[in-house]
Design a protein around this ligand. Structure first.
Ligand code: FDA
Length: 308
């Protein structure tokens, strides 16, 4: 009930505008968002790198409505990739197609992402662009775009997709991506989806995650297991050991500020761990989705407010 309300509020435009403009709002988001500027993301990345964690940096933003906004978003990612390389950080980038202009003009989004992937491919060392997955209205278009760009030999392994285990179609989509050798981040899924297309019960979403996780780990390509679910993390560790899958042939991924204890434990035990670090002024929908996943986070958020 609370989850549904928070997900509903995550799409409330007027609330979003008010929250993002207020200084209280920015303080509230501090636990889960690195800050508003590129320098904040780079600073947090350097700290995480020093602790043995790799990073994926995400500039918060989605559903832009003009070509100019999409170009500005792509330009910021261009600068980000340059800075990561200049500062020799261990970080790639994550982006959303609707931030790159998918709703404005699919060709614009394709051009923006292609330019970033080319940049990542020619960097020293080469970098990587992860295309986040949004609501189900975008699933096919997102996978098509990633597949199309990945077909070009110079882009191979330089971009990857995301699969959500709550979608009933994910098994088929995983098979399609694996055929093409595309790297996958597996997550449960963060949007409000109807029962026709998405499992509703946590047990079903989790069971599908574990099924897909096994397929990915046995595929031989380098994938990311994005979850804070300790049971699933343990299951992956046991499976990898049993199947002789080496610790460096895949990575765990978690969100900035969530289960930091588990993140550190995994690094200590020699597993690869990547932290997804979001930054930017447009933090409202992201924060609301995190609160929806775990309404107890409201307490963290309120503590942040009291502390400052
Ligand atoms: P689940 O929600 O079942 O939670 C399991 C346990 O994890 C909880 O009991 C709690 O202990 C902990 N936990 C989970 N969420 C928490 C939170 N917000 N705060 C504190 N503790 C929490 N989604 C998507 O649709 N498209 C995408 O591209 C991505 N990308 C992405 C990248 C990375 C690196 C991660 C980790 C996640 C995503 N997601 C995503 C979000 C994902 O789909 C999912 O909504 C969240 O990860 C929560 O699901 P869990 O797997 O953590 O399990």
């Amino acid at each position: 009930m609370l989850r549904a309300l928070l997900l509903y509020l995550s799409e409330a435009r007027s609330l979003r505008a008010m929250a993002e403009r207020s200084s209280i709002g920015r303080r509230l988001s501090g636990r889960f968002v690195a800050g508003t500027g590129v320098e904040d993301a780079l600073r947090v990345t350097a700290v995480l790198n020093r602790a043995g964690l790799s990073v994926s940096i995400d500039n918060l933003g989605e559903n832009v409505t003009t070509a100019e906004e999409a170009r500005q978003a792509a330009e910021l990612y261009r600068q980000l990739l340059c800075e990561v390389s200049r500062k020799k950080l261990n970080a790639n980038v994550s982006l959303k197609l609707t931030h790159m202009g998918l709703d404005v003009d699919p060709q614009l989004a394709l051009d923006n992402v292609e330019a970033l992937v080319s940049q990542a491919a020619t960097m020293d060392p080469p970098n990587f662009v992860r295309v986040d997955m949004e609501g189900s209205a975008y699933t096919d278009r997102t996978l098509d775009l990633v597949s199309k760009l990945h077909e070009k030999p110079e882009n191979r392994q330089r971009l990857g997709a995301v699969i959500q285990s709550y979608l009933r179609s994910s098994e088929k989509d995983v098979a399609r991506l694996l055929e093409r050798g595309i790297r996958i981040r597996l997550c449960k899924g963060a949007y409000n989806e109807p029962p026709e297309i998405a499992f509703q019960a946590k047990a079903e979403v989790d069971a599908n995650y574990v099924r897909l996780m096994r397929t990915l780990l046995k595929s031989g390509a380098y994938h990311g297991l994005a979850t804070h679910d300790e049971n699933i993390v343990r299951e992956a560790q046991v499976f990898a050991k049993r199947e002789n899958i080496s610790k460096d042939s895949f990575e765990f991924q978690m969100l900035y500020g969530i289960r930091r204890d588990l993140q550190q434990e995994l690094v200590r035990d020699g597993w690869r761990m990547r932290v997804y670090v979001p930054f930017g002024a447009e933090w409202y929908p992201y924060l609301m989705r995190r609160l929806a996943e775990r309404p107890a986070n409201l307490l963290f958020v309120l503590k942040n407010l009291l502390r400052s």
